[in-house]
Design a protein around this ligand. Sequence first.
Ligand code: NI
Ligand code: MN
Length: 235
Amino acid sequence: MDLQGLKLTWLGHSNFRILNTGGQVVLIDPWFTENPASPEKSIPKKKVDLVLITHGHFDHLGDAIEIAKKHGPKVIGIFELCAWLQKKGVENCSPMNLGGSQSAADVRVTMVPARHSSGIQEDGQMIYAGEPCGYVMEFENGVKIYHAGDTAVFSDMQLIHELYRPDIALLPIGDHYTMGPREAACAVSLLRPKTVIPMHFGTFPALTGTADEFKKHVEDLGVEVVVMKPGQTIE
Ligand code: NI
Ligand code: MN
């Protein structure tokens, strides 16, 4: 895997931090304090420039509000999710919707579909949080990373390949709430990235999909599989 100067850290579950070559910090699905898999149990002390949120479930929305209030990053999410965040006092939201792109922190961000659900549980109610999504991030050095969010496999992943050609795909493999190893391998064959990094596994007992099983299923596809450890950084 060639990140060409980017630094990619997995913080467990779907939480990733990417440091770009200009020193800007991007967080995707920033779940720290309650995340059993995160080696960091408090929100980042250093600056955060951009936060991307894939959907409203607690394990993805995570500590976004606290991080936004402390560091004032641009926060990108789907329209309805951003409306809720704004009501909670998040000031620097930049709402968007599926199929669109915008630039922030020197990253070209494209919001792509995910097949999942999205709602926020609050005071015993389920609040509509718009559609779930994934993101294709094109960094200033040309490297393209696709974060799938929570999703089932779907055939339009082929369109994501045709339109954006992600170099690296971050895919859920844990099963139960998302695709499992076998379905994720099918996603790899549609997306055809150079490198795939599994995520959203091992966090809770319900997520039974394993990296070994995933590797077995992608073996013949000629795609590099990089299994990270929570807290690990790849440069
Ligand atoms: Ni979810
Ligand atoms: Mn999830």
